[in-house]
Design a protein around this ligand. Structure first.
Ligand code: ADP
Ligand code: MG
Ligand code: MG
Length: 200
């Protein structure tokens, strides 16, 4: 992966800005089918990573990704913290320093599988995994960044008609139908921010 410290710092800034811009919408979604804190949780997480971005960006990429995961676990809280944290920590732990695009795609696949184990969730449960799996499929196909971002957005939207089987929304049973999943939505926002950078 060709990613110098300036790139990673800029990526962190873009992710933080995207979550900040749309945090109120995440809260609206989480108020409909959860406890209304997903916007605040994600804003807190990205602020914490943003505050450390220079030190993080100075680390070798695998260690930097692992550190981002650790900071997210410590700062997001809620269910999303350990899930986003697992994703980034497993990415960091699994990524060889000299990994190419294929190596990255394989590591991403294992990291997403670790998130699924952690949440005991599978595709169709109406969670952030419903965005992560389709994104992974596009990464594996080496799709263009614009295509990956569009896929993430439509995948998040596709959680609307699903009935939640994991997380707080699952307690609502059929009443969880008709609202986009907040975690799927934040995941699509982060994918859009990252893909926007690589599309430039
Ligand atoms: P909390 O529900 O603890 O308040 P958040 O509101 O920050 O946490 O995050 C909620 C999101 O976390 C959900 O929209 C869903 O995408 C994701 N989520 C919750 N539980 C699980 C799980 N067991 N597996 C996968 N994702 C989950
Ligand atoms: Mg919540
Ligand atoms: Mg909560």
């Amino acid at each position: 992966m060709q990613l110098d410290p300036g790139d990673l710092s800029e990526l962190i800034s873009l992710c933080r800005a995207e979550i900040d811009r749309h945090g109120d919408h995440l809260t609206v979604l989480d108020s409909a089918i959860g406890d209304g804190d997903h916007g605040a949780n994600m804003r807190r997480g990205l602020e914490a990573v943003f505050a450390e971005r220079e030190a993080i960006a100075a680390l070798p990429l695998p260690a930097a990704l692992e550190r981002i995961g650790f900071v997210l676990v410590m700062s997001i809280g809620g269910a999303a913290g350990p899930l986003y944290g697992t994703l980034m920590m497993e990415l960091g732990r699994g990524l060889a320093p000299d990994a190419d695009a294929d190596g990255f795609a394989a590591t991403l696949e294992r990291a997403i599988a670790a998130v699924a184990r952690r949440g005991r969730a599978e595709p169709g449960d109406k969670t952030l995994l419903d965005v992560l799996y389709p994104v992974q499929a596009e990464v594996l196909k080496r799709s263009a960044p614009e295509r990956i971002a569009a896929c993430a957005r439509s995948a998040a939207q596709s959680t609307g008609p699903m009935q939640a089987r994991r997380g707080r929304a699952a307690f609502l049973g059929p009443r969880s139908i008709g609202y986009e999943d907040p975690g799927a939505s934040s995941c699509a926002l982060l994918a859009a921010a990252i893909c926007g950078y690589f599309a430039e």
